[in-house]
Design a protein around this ligand. Structure first.
Ligand code: DHB
Ligand code: FE
Length: 287
């Protein structure tokens, strides 16, 4: 039987990917941001070793635009190519999917009354590739591997165009993903990741907004058996964490999939890194 063994959340700041790609991870500005991922990098390689990651992420007008805005979409393809976001595609491996598990999850979710969009062709942007770099760098410089060490099922959430799904709906989707994984007969070690965030605003008069207190309260809320984060309204993300802080609802898909209670394995928070507060947490489900 497939089982969800851990949940990982991380910011997906594009400049972290650029730091990896240009060999700048040891520079004074970037080193503290990466230092907080060293525990995770080592744990993934030596201990966790997932077969598959269900990677909850958002596309940034790369694969989707105003022509097509799926609220929840699941990638069922064999492979997903790194997108060209304007400077050429990142020099990172093609992302290998897991079509059998992805189609199984799609079927299970849709019959469980989550109306997923199914994607068979999608280039993946920094929202997906930066989290892979932060988890699967091969050494302390976060050098990109020749191939990613596991299969990846992209699960895209619209957080770019109003209205994004509610935090409660994201949490419930995570619960349904967990049911779907548990009913897949093959013995697979599956992780679920939530990405994006934490506080950031990239535009307008409040550009550069960071809210350490709120972000750390959000990290606290993911640990243990509280479900208070289900009920944080969109207006609170907007007010407290800036116009792009709403990306954090994707972390709630991860949290919902871990079940009633979680245990903290690792936590990291760092400012400054580009325009965003770097947040990162590793959790495991408490049986
Ligand atoms: C930044 C953060 C993001 O989440 C994003 O999608 C783009 C840019 C930033 O901090 O620069
Ligand atoms: Fe983003």
């Amino acid at each position: 039987m497939a089982r969800i063994t851990a949940g990982v959340a991380t910011s997906h700041i594009p400049a972290l990917g650029v730091a990896v790609d240009l060999g700048k991870t040891a520079e004074a500005y970037w080193a503290p941001a990466f230092a907080g991922y060293e525990w995770t990098r080592a744990w993934q390689a030596a201990e966790a070793k997932p077969d598959v990651v269900i990677l909850v992420f958002n596309d940034h007008a790369t694969a989707f635009d105003m022509k097509l805005i799926p609220t929840f979409a699941i990638g069922c393809a064999e492979r997903f190519v790194p997108a060209d976001e304007g400077w050429g595609p990142r020099p990172v491996p093609v992302v290998e999917g897991h079509p059998d598990l992805a189609w199984h999850i799609a079927q299970s979710l849709i019959l469980d009354e989550f109306d997923m969009t199914i994607i068979n062709d999608m280039d993946v942007d920094h929202g997906l590739t930066v989290p892979l770099s932060m988890n699967f760098g091969t050494d302390a410089a976060f050098t990109t591997p020749a191939a990613w060490p596991c299969k990846v099922i992209p699960l895209a959430v619209n957080v770019v165009t109003f209205p994004p799904p509610t935090g409660n709906r994201c949490w419930a989707l995570g619960e349904a993903v967990a049911r779907a994984v548990a009913s897949f007969p093959e013995d697979l070690n599956v992780q679920i990741w939530g990405t994006g965030g934490m506080s950031h605003q990239l535009q307008g008069p409040r550009a550069g907004l960071i809210n350490r207190d709120w972000d750390n309260g959000f990290l606290d809320g993911l640990i243990g058996d509280s479900d208070r984060l289900r009920h944080v309204p969109h207006i609170e993300y907007l007010r407290e964490t800036g116009s792009e802080g709403i990306e954090m609802v994707m972390w709630l898909v991860m949290r919902g999939a871990l079940g009633r209670e979680t245990r903290l394995l690792h936590r990291h928070y760092h400012v400054p890194a580009s325009n965003t507060a770097v947040g990162h947490i590793v959790l495991e489900p408490v049986a």
